[in-house]
Design a protein around this ligand. Structure first.
Ligand SMILES: Nc1ncnc2c1ncn2[C@@H]1O[C@H](COP(=O)(O)OP(=O)(O)O)[C@@H](O)[C@H]1O
Ligand SMILES: [Mg+2]
Length: 277
């Protein structure tokens, strides 16, 4: 497959080496994706600048999760390019232009991306500590002792110092989600994706998870792409808000503009619907 490609947009320097100092940290160009004959995403362009926090809102089924799955390489686009920290996810740069990437290249590029899912996806037979430590030992190749030290630091950071030796079944949903956040952070991604990370939680547990993400957003220079229905949370942490509908970005701007004074009828209708829940 030879996707339609606009090479000049990418954040890589002349030697094709990863660029850290200029250009977007993540850049999607002309991304389309269909399942069967249903077009799920239609020519999406989406950039996230280094350190930028972007919130993605929009109705169920509009393609938000698909965008995140594309950004972390779990789903391959039908057309278009995805560039992360100066390297294409599905292509390798050659003197003759972009060529389809080998699996190893894609695996390496996607290591710059972390994700936290709606469902916590922890290993049920492992403790909180083991859940965070295992990727450090197996993926990052740290020693057990180094992995353990970093895992403990991260679990303390998300407020779980007293729970490190518990298994998921012994933790509340909010605590499990905080373990999942610590596990994603452990691999030191350049960009982290959050997919409605509070929507599977009981209402009284939402706040503790939002607080962890909010603190992270305010403290870190990692880029973030956050799918959420929590409007005040999005207003607080996002530099930019994108409104998605039917596989397209229909409105985009500052939180004050998109969330408080939307221009598009679809955005107004969506915000009214979620505020009335
Ligand atoms: N693996 C898949 N196979 C077929 N259809 C899918 C698949 N994943 C998502 N879809 C469809 O794509 C559309 C967008 O889904 P999704 O990205 O999950 O939307 P959102 O996260 O905004 O609710 C939905 O209609 C969904 O049913
Ligand atoms: Mg979704």
């Amino acid at each position: 497959m030879q996707p339609d490609v606009k090479q000049a947009d990418a954040a890589s320097d002349d030697a094709g080496q990863p660029s850290t100092s200029r250009g977007p940290l993540m850049s999607m160009r002309e991304i389309s994706k269909s399942y069967g004959d249903r077009k799920i995403l239609d020519h999406i362009d989406l950039d996230v600048a280094p350190g930028e926090k972007v919130a993605l809102i929009g109705p169920s089924g509009s393609g938000k999760t698909t965008i995140l799955r594309l950004a972390i390489g779990l789903v391959k686009p039908d057309a278009g390019t995805i560039n992360i920290a100066g390297r294409y996810l599905w292509h390798e740069e050659t003197p003759g232009g972009l060529k389809p990437a080998r699996d190893r290249h894609t695996r390496e590029v996607r290591r710059s991306v972390g994700i936290v899912f709606q469902q916590f996806n922890l290993f049920p037979h492992m403790t909180a500590l083991e859940n965070v430590r295992e990727p450090l030992v197996h993926v990052m190749k740290l020693s057990r002792a180094e992995g353990e030290a970093r895992a403990i630091d991260l679990l303390v950071k998300v407020g779980l110092a007293d729970h490190i030796n518990k298994r998921p079944a012994q933790l509340s949903g909010g605590q499990q989600q905080r373990v999942a956040i610590a596990r994603s952070l452990a691999l030191q991604p350049r960009i982290i994706l959050f997919d409605e990370v509070t929507s599977a939680l009981d209402p009284e547990l939402v706040g503790e998870v939002l607080t962890v993400v909010r603190n992270l957003a305010h403290e870190t220079d990692m880029s973030m792409l956050i799918v959420t229905h929590e409007v005040s949370f999005a207003a607080d942490i996002a530099d930019r808000v994108l409104m998605f509908d039917a596989g397209k970005i229909v409105e985009e701007g500052s939180p004050a503009q998109v969330l408080k004074d939307p221009v598009q009828p679809r955005t107004r209708q969506f915000l009214r619907a979620i505020l009335e829940r």
